[in-house]
Design a binder for this molecule. Structure first.
Ligand SMILES: *[C@@H]1O[C@H](CO)[C@@H](O)[C@H](O)[C@H]1NC(C)=O
Ligand SMILES: *[C@@H]1O[C@H](CO)[C@@H](O)[C@H](O)[C@H]1NC(C)=O
Ligand SMILES: *[C@@H]1O[C@H](CO)[C@@H](O)[C@H](O)[C@H]1NC(C)=O
Length: 321
């Protein structure tokens, strides 16, 4: 009988905490306030058919950019293309197939870009997944690691000549604050089913951050800047690849704490278009503000080693033009 008031007390406490959290989130939310237009600029966004990628694409199309939606699923990609064209009145919205599970697809995509585009102003490495089975792709890489990191590594490096030729240009890597839970162990990174899907996600996001730091160093003075952004916890379709119960749990969790994809896209847009970010290089942004990244990212031996490891895994030399 004593139990009921206690349970009610905890339920009320829980609700108060959630409301306070939501309030905090609303008050700290960063919005991109830059009015900059993007007319004449070419932007590539991976995973642009849904969620943050879609909202980012729509915003940049509104600003007048030529936006290339790089997505795996042609039907969803073309549908997103139609919606964005209709809503923004911008006809320069293009769909091109990019299947990050296949390095050959990355290479074909890039070959096509070199045929149709003579410059590239912004590359947004946005696509990301969380799955439950971590098997190797045909390329011999754990699939989630390949989609979230290694294929983007290859994509970025193959597009670098075009980005350099189009300076000032920008590369943006969408990562996650979960990168702080990531570890890089070169003996284990390529083992199937060694890490659970959550760890694989964190590891791949740490790779994004380390790579940003290393590439920024290599791009110093080239007119190309590279930064990474944490979009916040956003309700996206990323959960669709989880099992039914897990996806329900994650969806509930997102429901309590999420930002909308539109809100989640703000930091990426800010880093892509604002004058403040024109010459900032190798930094980490959250809520449209520069933030500290994990101390692991300051380990220059680790960032250099990951670069070499990645080049080897994607067989970079075979692809270089
Ligand atoms: C993407 O590539 C993988 C590996 O080559 C392949 O198994 C899969 O069917 C491809 N998906 C699409 C939609 O093309
Ligand atoms: C990664 O693992 C796969 C499957 O075991 C293997 O084929 C591939 O060579 C490995 N790659 C590296 C660089 O260790
Ligand atoms: C992000 O960082 C570099 C460029 O900074 C790129 O080569 C890397 O593959 C990018 N993508 C991701 C998702 O890490």
């Amino acid at each position: 009988m004593q139990l009921i008031p206690i349970i009610i007390f905890f339920i009320i406490l829980f609700i108060i905490i959630i409301v306070l959290f939501k309030l905090y989130q609303i008050l700290t939310l960063g919005y991109c306030t830059s009015p900059n237009r993007m007319n004449g600029k070419v932007v590539i966004i991976s995973g642009a058919n849904a969620g943050i990628g879609f909202e980012t694409a729509k915003d940049l199309a509104t600003r007048g950019a030529r936006v290339i939606l790089a997505c795996r699923n042609e039907i969803k990609g073309r549908k997103a293309q139609e919606i964005i064209k209709q809503e923004t009145g911008n006809n320069e919205v293009v769909y091109k197939q990019l299947n990050l599970s296949s390095l050959q697809s990355v290479k074909d995509f890039v070959d096509d870009i070199y045929v149709t585009e003579n410059h590239l102003d912004v590359l947004i490495n946005n696509a990301g997944v969380v799955r439950q089975n971590n098997h190797h792709t045909k390329d011999g890489i754990i699939e989630d690691m390949q989609i979230n990191y290694f294929a983007h590594y290859l994509l970025t490096l193959l597009l670098l000549p075009l980005l350099k030729q189009s300076q000032p240009s920008r590369i943006i890597n969408v990562t996650s604050c979960l990168h702080i839970f990531g570890v890089i162990d070169f003996n284990k990174i390529n083992l199937s089913n060694y890490y659970n899907y959550f760890r694989v996600y964190c590891n791949s996001k740490l790779c994004n951050v380390l790579f940003t730091v290393e590439l920024a160093k290599r791009l110093e003075g080239s007119g190309v800047v590279v930064n990474c952004v944490h979009p916040g916890v956003v309700k996206t379709t990323i959960v669709k690849s989880l099992s039914f119960i897990m996806s329900k749990l994650v969806t509930f969790y997102f429901y309590l704490f999420f930002k909308t994809p539109y809100e989640g896209a703000q930091t990426t847009i800010h880093v892509a278009v604002s004058d403040e970010c024109k010459s900032i290089n190798g930094k980490y942004f959250s809520d449209c503000k520069e933030c500290r990244m994990t101390c692991k990212a300051r380990d220059s031996k680790l960032t250099a080693k990951l670069w070499e490891y990645s080049a080897n895994l994607v067989k970079l030399n075979n692809y270089e033009k």
